[in-house]
Design a protein around this ligand. Structure first.
Ligand SMILES: Cc1cc2nc3c(=O)[nH]c(=O)nc-3n(C[C@H](O)[C@H](O)[C@H](O)COP(=O)(O)OP(=O)(O)OC[C@H]3O[C@@H](n4cnc5c(N)ncnc54)[C@H](O)[C@@H]3O)c2cc1C
Length: 466
């Protein structure tokens, strides 16, 4: 908890902000502002004010005032990010998009949807489902994270292996830059090459270049059929080999999730037997989903099943009904709650390596776990090489856990990987990104930021190192 409330903003700035917003849309009492100082990183810093705009024009007027007075602006979707992205560490204003949550249009013929940035991902999916469509990004937080937040973090989930991330599923944006200018980027078409691609630059920029207020999203028809497979293997190596075989053949699964031996042990020891069903020789698991038309699903499943079979396979189970599918996912879903109970301190990373290097990553993580005496549990989106690496311990273990994490990042980079596949950088990973991005590339990024945000007011202290 912050020990003292922040300094109030000077009256002239508050007056300019009030003039930019409807009567009930500016909070300045610290008791009202504090709930906007948290996010899922468990950090907190109370903002000096909170703006709740309802239009892009109001957002632009607020940012203009902040630009004039050099007040930091932290954009907030629903604050589910895990990296401190919405915590106002330098004070200033939190601008929440919770009142800009309209679905403007769903146009199946054009395969697009136009939305305000504050719309909740899950609400959009429900509305699209009525038209037989979906928007591919499916973070586990879909029920409560915003499309703007998803875009700002380039969020994704299991479906990314076949359908891509936010960056692959956005056609255009409206955003407000750091001077308060309203900028429209991109197209309403599935092709377009006019000008620089500012749309995809904004995706993943974590609120440091501007505030996304609207988005034109590429939507996809829901496949007629879906089948689920659970493959159990006798080691992480044989499971890793199966991932490589599956990804090397033409039928791309719509989910390819992995859990390692340590995760299986957690499930065995911390979940009641009745809730999961794991043979004793299972040491790694793949959850595989395949979708397609009624005609194509049979051959697609046969191809993926054939690739999943191989040395070390302990059991391959297929489900076709909703109940069977839920039963197969039960083992995977039992993992997170079990982990939560297990360790008071957990560092959860989301590193990525090329799929072919997953076995080396798993092997290296095992060695680091032994060397640093830190329990490491891994699971994640194997089809993208994206692994959630969980370092577990107690308060007293934290220094060792952080030394181990440092070595984990070095290992990932040695394997041609990247430090974050979906959670982003925020505050948490900022000290490490110069290991991945060269000094010249960082300079170029800082120059770009200066063009979008000359006063440096957009989410200061996040993403780029000083
Ligand atoms: C239980 C749980 C499960 C999760 N699972 C996944 C997962 O499977 N995959 C995944 O990718 N992530 C996951 N996340 C992380 C998080 O949900 C995502 O990063 C999500 O995209 C954040 O959306 P939000 O609306 O909460 O954004 P916020 O947390 O509010 O903001 C995130 C960042 O984006 C910026 N931002 C927000 N809105 C805008 C905007 N309109 N314009 C410009 N910048 C903006 C913020 O300043 C901040 O830097 C999970 C989180 C939780 C709590």
């Amino acid at each position: 908890m912050p020990s003292t409330p922040p300094e109030p903003l000077p009256q002239n700035i508050v007056a300019d902000l009030r003039a930019a917003l409807p009567a009930d849309a500016l909070l300045t009492d610290p008791a009202d502002c504090l709930p906007y100082g948290y996010d899922n990183s468990r950090r907190v810093a109370c903002p000096q004010a909170v703006a709740l705009p309802t239009t892009t024009e109001q957002v632009a007027a607020v940012v203009k005032a902040c630009h004039t007075h050099q007040v930091p602006v932290v954009t907030r979707g629903r604050a589910t990010n895990t990296v401190g992205g919405t915590v106002p560490i330098h004070g200033g204003l939190v601008l929440s998009l919770e009142r800009m949550a309209q679905i403007i249009a769903i146009r199946p013929d054009d395969r697009l949807a136009e939305v305000e940035a504050g719309v909740i991902n899950g609400e959009l999916q429900t509305a699209l489902g009525e038209h037989g469509f979906f928007w591919p990004p499916d973070p586990t937080s879909a029920g409560y994270s915003s499309v703007g937040g998803n875009l700002a973090c380039n969020a994704a989930g299991p479906r990314a292996v076949k359908y891509g991330t936010c960056r692959d599923n956005v056609l255009g944006l409206q955003f407000v830059d750091g001077r308060g200018r309203i900028i429209n980027t991109g197209v309403y078409t599935t092709k377009g090459v006019v000008g620089y691609d500012l749309t995809r630059l904004m995706v993943g920029s974590e609120g440091t270049l501007g505030i996304i207020t609207k988005a034109v999203l590429a939507i996809t028809p829901v496949a007629e059929e879906k089948r689920t497979l659970r493959g159990l293997y006798d080691s992480v190596t044989t499971a890793g080999d199966a991932v490589a075989r599956i990804m090397a053949q033409p039928e791309i699964p719509c989910a390819l999730e992995f859990i390692d031996t340590a995760s299986i042990e957690v499930i065995r020891n911390n979940v009641r037997d009745a809730e999961v069903d794991l043979p004793p020789d299972a040491a790694a698991m793949l959850m595989i989903e395949v979708d397609g038309s009624a005609d194509a699903i049979g051959p697609a499943m046969a191809a993926v099943e054939a690739a999943a079979r191989g040395p070390g396979l302990v059991e391959l189970k297929t489900a076709t009904t909703a109940d069977e599918i839920a039963a197969l996912w039960q083992t995977r879903k039992a993992l997170s709650p079990a982990l939560r109970k297990l360790a008071p301190k957990k560092i959860n990373e989301d590193v990525v390596v090329p799929v072919s290097r997953m076995p080396e990553l798993i092997d290296g993580l095992g060695k680091l776990s032994a060397e640093h005496k830190v329990r490491i549990v891994n699971f994640g989106h194997a089809g993208n090489g994206n692994l959630h690496v969980n370092l577990l311990g107690e308060e007293a273990d934290l220094p060792r856990m952080h030394t181990c994490l440092d070595a984990v990042f070095d290992l990932v980079l040695q394997l041609e990987g990247t430090l974050s596949g979906e959670h982003g950088v925020g505050i948490e990973k900022r000290p490490f990104i110069a290991r991945e991005i060269s000094g010249d590339a960082l300079d170029l990024m800082r120059s770009l930021k200066g063009v979008f945000d000359p006063a440096g007011i957009m989410n200061p202290g996040k993403l780029l190192p000083d």
